[in-house]
Design a protein around this ligand. Structure first.
Ligand code: SF4
Length: 65
């Protein structure tokens, strides 16, 4: 499972970072930094799902392998 970010929707609210700070990071320019090429660690799947649900503009989703 990988994280998918629709950067055309992300408005840098940082809710995802608040929910899963080890996966989602806003840099100093307010751009979301997330490794969207790596498989999500199974231990982090619930955190990722909560961030996906918590994004108010539906910029996040997951892709199953
Ligand atoms: S919660 Fe959504 S809009 Fe906010 S930084 Fe994360 S992906 Fe972007």
């Amino acid at each position: 499972m990988k994280v998918v970010v629709d950067r055309s929707k992300c408005v840098s609210l940082g809710i995802c970072e608040g929910l899963a700070p080890e996966i989602f990071v806003l840099n100093d320019e307010g751009e979301l930094e997330v490794d969207d090429q790596a498989d999500v660690d199974p231990a982090d799947i619930e955190l990722v799902r909560s961030a996906v649900s918590g994004c108010p503009v539906s910029a996040l989703s997951v892709a199953d392998d």
